[in-house]
Design a protein around this ligand. Structure first.
Ligand code: FES
Ligand code: FES
Length: 167
């Protein structure tokens, strides 16, 4: 039995400790917002946060996440009030949408660690998230707008705070 915290709730999973977190999320816990792309840590579709840091859940064994705080796309506010969600909507970022939960989780982690990233910082943080539809220009514009909105409104980027407020 592996115990961890998933989107602010304590979870126990009865599974092989070698099972990748992505499998447990999708097949055992019905958390299907996190996507399977490559399975080898090369595309970013499966990105979630572990203790606030973005990780590739397709290569993260359950044994490694015991006792950790895991946040998935479902941990963002259900009313889309997080600045990154707002910016994604304003810029109509998704095309097919498949990569987008991973993109959003990487962008949220970036702004939590660096609320005012320059182009190089955005490229560096987002380079592991592949989008076959080529939404990269909209992703970058949305991240910049979210950062600008926060700097002018003093909105708190903290996902933990926002997630705690969600219904
Ligand atoms: S599915 Fe995990 S990085 Fe591609
Ligand atoms: S929106 Fe289609 S893969 Fe990114």
């Amino acid at each position: 039995m592996i115990s961890f915290t998933l989107n602010d709730k304590p979870i126990k999973v009865d599974a092989d400790p070698k099972m990748p977190l992505l499998w447990a999320l999708r097949d055992l816990l019905d958390m299907t917002g996190t996507k399977y792309g490559c399975g080898i840590a090369q595309c970013g579709a499966c990105t979630v946060h572990m203790d606030g840091t973005p990780i590739r859940s397709c290569v993260m064994p359950l044994a490694t996440i015991a006792g950790k705080n895991i946040t998935t796309i479902e941990g963002l506010p259900s009313d889309a009030s997080h600045p990154i969600q707002q910016a994604w909507l304003e810029h109509n970022v998704p095309q097919c949408g498949y990569c987008q939960s991973g993109q959003i989780m990487s962008a949220v982690a970036l702004l939590e660690s660096n609320p005012n990233p320059d182009d190089a910082a955005i490229d560096d943080a987002m380079q592991g998230n592949i989008c076959r539809c080529g939404t990269y220009p909209r992703i970058k514009a949305a991240i910049k707008d979210a950062a600008k909105n926060v700097s002018t409104t003093n909105v708190d980027f903290s996902l933990a705070k926002n997630a705690g407020e969600k219904a």
